[in-house]
Write a protein that binds this ligand. Structure first.
Ligand SMILES: Cc1ncc(COP(=O)(O)O)c(C=O)c1O
Length: 388
């Protein structure tokens, strides 16, 4: 519940989305304009130029801040733009400790781009808090984690990482894309910054690319806003509007996503073709207790390891008809992906293997179709894969 006493689903629909002051429009209009007319020099209504701010984008930012329980939010042109925006607040000589089980694009940024600007990024297994402590240096300015991780769905203790970061005088950044604020609110657990690829569950319909940063430190957010204005990685008003429309139904979608994911995970666990099924909702998942403690549910991503190795994994990816083979996740339609060559192709092979992302792993983003159809689709593809 927020300070105004409203609960999550109500805020998703109403926070920042009051009727338009000029017209009464119930839905925030798409302010498709690059500039705002001033009555006199410097006499404007809070908006000057759309790279700095735009009312449609503001509506999205207010809603996101409310749902994550943050002081403010900034919307970006993509999840990677949001992540880049955060790391642009660092300076040459700074050090970042990065949880090593993470999205391939973030890995590329930390391993290939930031070192060129003198920011050293050290990958560490953040499920091991001693390893995390050992990685700290006097110059560590950020600890960066994703939880649940992509694609192996490991759980990282946000509150413990926040305490370690505080002790080191560093910020804890949590990529909350997989969980969404409906299932996990890292700021309440002690994190300093939340980042999102809003392309995923927040937008929810696979029709718009976007990103966001939410934080409590208003001064630092102001600095980030100035950086975003300087570098220009803003979403257009239509993209902000589409994301906001998706956001309105986040609560109801996440509940159904999770229901379907559990059904799919349970159905796959019965199959002889599976070596392992990773789903944090299973009581024997190594992160189950932590997920139950720090999340309000277990999410809708499921990763599986095929007993038949790479050939069986590829056959499954190419054999489904309801699950579409494609990059991304978090949309209403189910997606199947092969991290070995797709989302995690950017990692060197030895690192992929060390993370457990080997060539028999398949990642499922379970959508909102009928769960029975999803299970039947996977079972048929598995059976056909065996007979190929
Ligand atoms: C966890 C996570 N963070 C960040 C990103 C990057 O987001 P975008 O594709 O919107 O730039 C992704 C993309 O898949 C992701 O899965």
């Amino acid at each position: 519940m927020s300070a105004d006493g409203r609960r999550f689903a109500t805020r998703a629909i109403h926070a920042g989305q009051e009727p338009d002051a000029a017209t009464g429009s119930t839905i925030p209009p798409v302010y498709q304009t690059s500039t705002f007319t001033q009555r006199g020099l410097g006499d404007h209504q809070g908006y000057e130029y759309a790279r700095i701010s735009n009312p449609t984008r503001t509506a999205l930012e207010v809603a996101l801040a409310s749902l994550e329980g943050g002081e403010g939010a900034l919307a970006y042109a993509s999840g990677m733009a949001a992540i880049s925006g955060v790391v642009q607040s660092l300076s040459s000589g700074d050090h970042v400790v990065v949880g090593d089980d993470l999205y391939g694009g973030s890995f590329r940024l930390f391993s290939q781009v930031m070192p060129r600007f003198g920011v050293e990024c050290e990958l560490t297994n953040a499920t091991d808090l001693d390893a995390l402590r050992a990685a700290l240096r006097p110059t560590t300015r950020m600890i960066w984690i994703e939880t649940p991780t992509n694609p192996m769905l490991r759980l990282i203790d946000v509150a413990a990482c926040a305490e370690i970061a505080r002790g080191a005088g560093a910020r804890l950044v949590v990529d909350n894309t997989f969980a969404t604020p409906y299932l996990q609110r890292p700021l309440a657990l002690g994190a300093d910054v939340v980042v999102h690829s809003t392309t995923k569950y927040i937008g929810g319909h696979s029709d718009v690319i976007g990103g966001a940063v939410v934080a409590n430190d208003a001064e630092w957010l102001g600095e980030l806003g100035r950086l975003r204005n300087t570098t220009g990685a803003v979403p257009g008003p239509w993209d902000a509007w589409l994301t906001l429309r998706g956001l309105k139904t986040l609560a109801v979608r996440m509940r159904q996503h999770e229901h379907n994911a559990r059904a799919v995970a349970e159905c796959l666990r019965e199959r002889a073709e599976m070596a392992r099924v990773h789903y944090p909702g299973f009581s024997d998942h190594p992160g189950h207790a932590l997920a139950a403690h720090q999340m309000d549910g277990f999410g809708a991503m499921v990763s599986v390891e095929l007993a038949g190795g790479a050939a069986a994994a590829r056959a499954l990816c190419e054999g489904t008809r309801v699950f579409a083979l494609g990059e991304s996740l978090g949309g209403v339609e189910s997606l199947i992906g092969y991290p070995w060559t797709m989302s995690h192709g950017a990692f060197p092979e030895d690192r992929r293997v060390a993370m457990g992302v080997h060539d028999a792993v398949v990642r499922l983003s379970v959508g909102l179709e009928d769960a029975e159809d999803l299970c039947e689709d996977l079972v048929r593809a598995l059976e056909e894969g065996v007979t190929r």
